[in-house]
Design a protein around this ligand. Sequence first.
Ligand code: LMR
Length: 396
Amino acid sequence: MFSHLPPYAGDPILSLMEQFQRDERSNKVNLSIGIYTDGRGVVPVLPSVRTASAAVAETGAPYVYLPMEGHAAYRQAVAKLLFGADLPSAEHLAIVQTLGGSGALKVGADLIARFFPQPTIWLPDPTWDNHVGIFEGAGFKTERYPYYDAQTKGLNFNGMLDKLQSLPKGAVVLLHPCCHNPTGVDPTRAQWEQIIAVVEQRGLLPFFDLAYQGFAESLDDDIWPVREAVRRQIPFFLSNSFSKIFSLYSERIGALSVFCPQAGQAANVLGQLKLTVRRNYSSPARNGALLVAHVLNDDKLATQWRAEVEEMRVRVRDMRVKLASQLKSAVPDQDFSFLLRQNGMFGYTGLTSAQVDRLREEFGVYAVGTGRICVAGLNDSNVARVAETMAEVLRG
Ligand code: LMR
């Protein structure tokens, strides 16, 4: 029956995680998957979430189904967090709770594929590997627009803008509003202004993917391109995730928002999103939504959580500085300042896949094959060894 099924080659990120867990070396370091660990190398339960968890448990509420669109108080709180003072009315905004950011991408992709047949999405080159899997899995053709410039280890802004300018009206374009995965290279505010202007002039349909809000500059600064799209009345899709910024990875909690400039259209969009959810997994899970809603809807806890996000952001930045300076001491003829210009959890090191293999096999330091490292996996106990081993493979 199943003899024609080929073996699964494994996922370029998740398989590394499995391999890391099997690795018996005590000095192994996991810089592959995008998971934040604190200064002790532990995935934190944020204190705000701990408080919320106790309060949620206290209610003893029964485990009934959530509606297809998710928990109402959660959806309202998330909309406020995302859009702030630019919050569109319900006539313009359709928002559903999703299974993390990936679930939001999938629900959005399915909706687009149903109503805009034979869709194509333009992805940045490079992008998070699973963007390809999710959109192709929903029936999309995937294309690329220039993004990363390996020479400068920065943004190929002209290449990106030229390509966007050449796309047909209605083309779907995936944009990372901040902390680009995998490169950490983000456009400046002035560059974003130009990107959004091109999106508007060409009538493109942005699909913003926001998994790291608050890890570049701040919760409000990092979502500027999305709010600018609201101000300019550009329709868009927005997936967001609370895996990293609430440290709620296994709760699979996120949201999909669709902004509809024409009043009244959001009701039908929301209806079709509900149908999409129903025929995929019926309705979302409850616990993550209750935790996030409890934190965001309580002024004191929300303020505390904002400070916790800031603490994570600052710690990662601190680790960038330490890694860059230790690499510079070990390999003085190379420039590592690019690490300081990159944002968010990831560092795009320029290591080749052979160098990444050597790091893992010889030293037990795990990075993604593209040379991406998770800077959020560094701490004062492992950064010196990581810098030494990276220097070793760089020297050849
Ligand atoms: C990553 O890029 O490492 C994270 O987004 C986790 C994942 O699911 O790949």
